[in-house]
Ligand binder design. Structure first.
Ligand SMILES: [Zn+2]
Length: 395
């Protein structure tokens, strides 16, 4: 079977898809090849991916399953499917310790960072990993763009030194398991793209298949060939999906966050997203600093301190600590994690109070409760003025 660098790789993929009942189309808008199981009469002439994506999320009006599912259930189904198919399940990386070019882990394929960037021995065998990831580029759109969050679980299968045929077999495994958990192939569009990437070891070609379920991008299957300085380039099959997006696709609730927010918590998407990601960072041992992963910690704490102080923030943090602890081993216990997050959040609250109420000593590394006590009992500050000052940190 040919590999990715051969010119006929897209043809091999097309033949593979046609053999499995997919029809081939060319997008009238962007020109990309895409596959659907629908006939010409019913298929759209536009691929619906990337700039052809209208973000209407049509999938929400498809027939629903009777019972709502949780990310845990879906992850368990995926894990047992892949382990029965000969994949080894591996533990995810700490989000704050990628071995490559990013400050934070942004995708499951970074399990290979030490091989790609550190010249470590090549891994053998097929693996399944549920990798918590953080993508800061989504922070600005969480509130306005449905379906986005700054943290999510990237459920992936990975294999090194893979042929195109083996990669397509893995694509087949995903199609099977997605159907099994209730996402039927008839509702998918798969878009193909050939592209060039560079992960810091030189340009390389990639052949991508994007999986769109009723207008929602769920994940992609990518065949890469990564150049190496001191050895032959490494072909990698990297197939990854967003677990929370799969769950949304199955449940078809109005909002992506509908089942991601604790039932008793009320708050905006920005608030719950900040709590989710801050909980993940703290659980991974990250402390607020002025650069690297710690800077992101500080950013989320600032949002929570200056806009959402009080309310359900600490409960949500403890809830999300448990959420992430299902996937990644915490480096800190829950109480200590919430306490650390609290100190960092209240740092921003204290700074605002200090700015509003004139002539009082600046805050130290202390909670807002401790700071105000100090102001009231040792500096004779006005209680009512202080209580009013706290209000500016609530929306
Ligand atoms: Zn298109």
């Amino acid at each position: 079977m040919s590999n990715i660098t051969s010119n006929d790789a897209p043809t091999v993929v097309t033949v593979f898809m046609v053999e499995r009942g997919w029809r081939v189309y060319r997008c009238v808008t962007c020109g990309k090849t895409f596959f659907t199981k629908l006939s010409h009469k019913n298929a759209s002439s536009v691929c619906g991916w990337g700039r052809c994506d209208t973000k209407e999320y049509r999938f929400r009006s498809l027939p629903k399953k009777r019972r709502i599912v949780t990310p845990t259930e879906v992850n368990t189904s995926l894990c047992s499917h892949f382990s029965a198919s000969g994949y080894e399940t591996v533990a995810p990386r700490n989000v704050a310790k990628p071995g490559g070019q990013t400050d934070l882990v942004v995708a499951g394929v970074q399990m290979y960072d030490d091989v790609i960037h550190g010249n470590q021995p090549i891994w053998e065998g097929k693996v399944f990993v549920a990798q918590p990831c953080i993508r800061m580029q989504f922070q600005a759109s969480v509130g306005s763009q449905e379906g986005t969050s700054t943290s999510f679980v990237n459920v992936c299968t990975e294999q090194m030194v893979v042929s195109l045929g083996e990669h397509l077999n893995m694509v087949d495994h995903w199609c099977t398991v997605l159907s099994k958990i209730g996402l039927h192939m008839n509702d998918f569009v798969i878009i193909m793209r050939e592209t060039n990437k560079n992960w810091g070891t030189g340009d390389f070609p990639a052949l991508e298949l994007f999986f769109s379920y009723g207008g929602l991008e769920l994940g992609d299957a990518v065949l890469l060939e990564i150049p190496q300085k001191s050895r032959a380039s490494i072909p990698i099959s990297d197939i990854g999906f967003g677990l929370e997006r799969i769950v949304w696709a199955i449940n078809k609730t109005d909002s992506y966050f509908d089942t991601l927010v604790p039932w008793t918590v009320e708050g905006t998407k920005e608030m719950v997203d900040s709590c989710r990601t801050l909980a993940l960072l703290v659980l991974c041992g990250v402390r607020a600093t002025n650069k690297g992963p710690g800077l992101q910690c500080r950013r989320f704490s600032k949002v929570l301190g200056e806009k959402y102080y009080g309310g359900d923030v600490y409960y949500a943090l403890s809830y999300y600590f448990d959420y992430w602890a299902q996937f990644i081993k915490p480096l800190i216990c829950k109480d200590a994690a919430v306490r650390l997050a609290q100190l960092e959040i209240e740092r921003f609250v204290n700074l605002r109070i200090h700015k509003v109420v004139q002539g009082l000593p600046p805050p130290r590394d202390e909670t807002t409760e401790a700071y105000i006590s100090r102001l009231v009992y040792t500096c004779g500050a006005n209680i009512h003025e202080l209580r009013k000052a706290i209000q500016i940190c609530r929306m």
